[in-house]
Design a protein around this ligand. Structure first.
Ligand code: 173
Length: 518
């Protein structure tokens, strides 16, 4: 039995020389109290020696020294982060429940304002498109969560270009083709999918909703969609895998750890649990500067996370993403691809390829595909959009093998909000497209139901896929051919792009440094 520690004793360890914190855990408790009536448990950890190692800085931990840190910890750490990272001798026991008074959290004016907005959300049946979710999420999310999710790098040119590029592609629809029945289902890397869209990985889902990424898992199961699990999910990998239905296809996004043993264990565990494809992120040897996130000073008063070992020191004003990403190995190179092949039989896809040169290298390295992505505009600003890169990359791949190539898939993500965007990418040669933020905003605003609604908007009767395919004259995805689009304007990066009103209404311009008020 773990030892019971009184609240008073914990409160005595409330400084840099001796710092204990309480973290409430639901899932860990099952291993301790197998069939007790209350499976939740408050655990006590001695984090004194860890203070200076915490990627989010020591200040945030010291704020909770001698107290319950659950509220700050939970949204941005997988539940097993402490258990996996803090030496076992520092797990010093559980809180004696008879010695603590539960303090009811003070409801702030900001909490009240957000709750009122939650109560006044548009009913789901008035949500007509993915932009609507985005606008609701912006209103109801805590400012820090919105800043983190919506931010992109530097001047945020690429994030806007990701939308604009789709608007420079025009349709060339065919008529009189008996489109009474249309079918947009497909197979992605050998897995059935009800539409040519997968849920792309986005980190830290609990900043948006208490159930985090599991909202996506459950909605994906119900509607036959594939979810890519992020390495930096708020839920642990196993929580997500446990939430999936038997046989539900899942992909995994991978950030490669400086310590390859950690990566190997993680990848092999995922494969054992049935994950079908490994999407190795290759466009983030260092995280971009996302100024909206940085201005929020997340780390000073929010938190940081240590989700994998191998962290390096980070500065404290870098925003949440940078604070928890220092385990990512910038030395990752083409030489590592054979090693990945040697540790897993999953499909290997490189996520973040942007040029024909690298597409060919990926093909020749024996990968099963690439994602043409600029990381949602969050990495190298003024990178071109994935859909623009598709044209050159498909042309290059055609010189190397059959096309479409059953052994090499090309995916696109970035800026996809409408079925028409998806169809344009398909016409230009994509196997499927990824949507990250669209689904993230759907669960941030309406939980699992929001994600289900988002899928339905894209898919269901009379909604976007069916209507667009009929109007385009395509009865199934193989009838969507390059001749159905005019991409001649895609390369023109300036000029007559129509204003993207819905998108611009939600995305505010970047703000400049503010003057001190006193
Ligand atoms: O885009 C991101 O924010 C991202 O990929 C990330 C990377 C490391 C930590 C958190 C998020």
């Amino acid at each position: 039995m773990p030892s019971l520690i009184t609240g008073q004793e914990i409160a005595e360890h409330a400084n840099r020389d001796s710092c204990w914190i309480i973290v409430h855990s639901e899932s860990l408790a099952f291993s301790v109290i197998a069939d007790g009536p209350d499976p939740s448990i408050d655990k006590v950890y001695d984090v004194t020696d860890f203070l200076d190692e915490h990627p989010g800085g020591s200040k945030i931990i010291l704020k909770y020294a001698g107290k319950d840190a659950t509220e700050a910890y939970e949204p941005i750490h997988p539940p097993d982060a402490i258990e996996n990272n803090l030496p076992i001798e520092k797990h010093i026991g559980t809180v004696d429940p008879n010695t603590v008074v539960k303090v009811v959290k003070e409801v702030t004016e900001e909490d009240k304002r957000r709750q009122a907005l939650m109560d006044a959300r548009p009913p789901l049946d008035e949500i007509l498109n993915l932009h609507d979710f985005e606008a609701v999420a912006k209103a109801v999310l805590p400012a820090k969560a919105w800043a983190y999710y919506s931010s992109a790098s530097d001047d945020e040119i690429t994030i806007r270009e990701n939308r604009a590029a789709f608007q420079r592609i025009w349709f060339r629809p065919r008529v009189l083709r008996d489109v009474s029945s249309v079918d947009w289902s497909t197979t992605i890397l050998g897995c059935k999918s009800s539409l040519p869209v997968y849920i792309s990985a986005t980190a830290l889902g609990k900043l948006g909703h208490p159930d985090g990424e599991i909202n996506l898992t459950r909605a994906a199961a119900k509607h036959g969609v594939i979810q890519m699990i992020p390495t930096l999910a708020s839920c642990s990998f196993d929580e997500i895998a446990d939430a999936a239905q038997p046989g539900q296809p899942l992909f995994l996004q991978l950030y490669v750890n400086r310590d390859r043993e950690i990566t190997k264990k993680y990848v092999q565990h995922a494969e054992k649990r049935g994950v079908k494809a490994l999407f190795i992120t290759v466009d983030a040897p260092q995280l971009g500067r996302r100024e909206k996130d940085m201005r929020m000073k997340f780390v000073d008063d929010g938190a940081g996370a240590k989700v994998q070992e191998g962290q390096q020191d980070v500065k404290k004003d870098q925003g949440v993403a940078r604070a928890i990403s220092s385990f990512i190995d910038p030395s990752l190179s083409w030489k590592d691809i054979p090693w990945f092949r040697s540790i897993t039989n999953m499909h290997i896809i490189l996520k973040g390829v942007a040029t024909p040169e690298d597409a060919i290298l990926a093909y020749e390295a024996g990968c099963q595909g690439i994602v043409l992505s600029n990381h949602g505009g969050r990495q190298l600003d003024t990178s071109r959009s994935g859909v623009e890169n598709l044209i050159d990359i498909v042309a290059a791949l055609k010189t190397k093998g059959p096309w479409p190539n059953p052994n090499f898939s090309v995916f696109v993500d970035g800026g996809v909000r409408r079925a028409s965007d998806v169809l344009k990418a398909i016409a230009l040669g994509a196997s499927a497209v990824g949507i990250g933020r669209g689904f993230l905003y759907a669960f941030s605003s309406y939980g699992q139901e929001g994600v289900e609604k988002a899928i339905q908007i894209l898919r269901a009767l009379k909604d976007e896929f069916e209507m667009n395919m009929r109007l385009l004259g395509a009865r199934n995805l193989s009838e969507i051919v390059p001749e159905m689009v005019d991409a001649s304007a895609l390369r023109a990066h300036a000029g007559l792009t129509p204003p993207d009103n819905l998108y611009n209404a939600t995305y505010q311009p970047l703000s400049l440094a503010s003057f001190k008020t006193k």
